[in-house]
Design a protein around this ligand. Sequence first.
Ligand code: CMP
Length: 139
Amino acid sequence: MATNRTFTMLKPDSLEKGNTGAILEKINAAGFKIVAMKQTQMSQVDAEAFYAVHNERPFFGELVEYMTRGPIIAAILEKENAVEDFRTLIGATNPEEAAEGTIRKLYAASIGENAVHGSDSDENAAIEGAFHFSGRDIF
Ligand code: CMP
């Protein structure tokens, strides 16, 4: 089951710019089933924990500030080969390097404010999904 799921967040810039409908449409059109979804806002403690793997990076403070400055949409997505296919759909972390037609190419402003998150492995998809959702929220 875990190998068919990934986790995403539409980040604060996507909500601020009114891009969430268009992004969710692309996610649906690419064949992902939304099995859990909510709008929420991460606290500083939440963001520091979620991104703990990056806490030694020079951009960590900026990342936490960005991810907590407004609401996000968190979702668990299901599809064959979900992690890899979703990373293809969103494109490279840096929108300047993202392929044409990808979500980050279309909607991300910069490497820091990059519109969406996508898990980088099946293991992290499970951890990140469980960070935001309990079993009873997943359908
Ligand atoms: P995400 O894929 O959610 O995982 C880590 C996040 O850190 C990344 O998206 C960006 O939002 C941010 N990030 C990664 N690299 C940089 C960077 N060089 N400068 C600023 N922010 C970055």
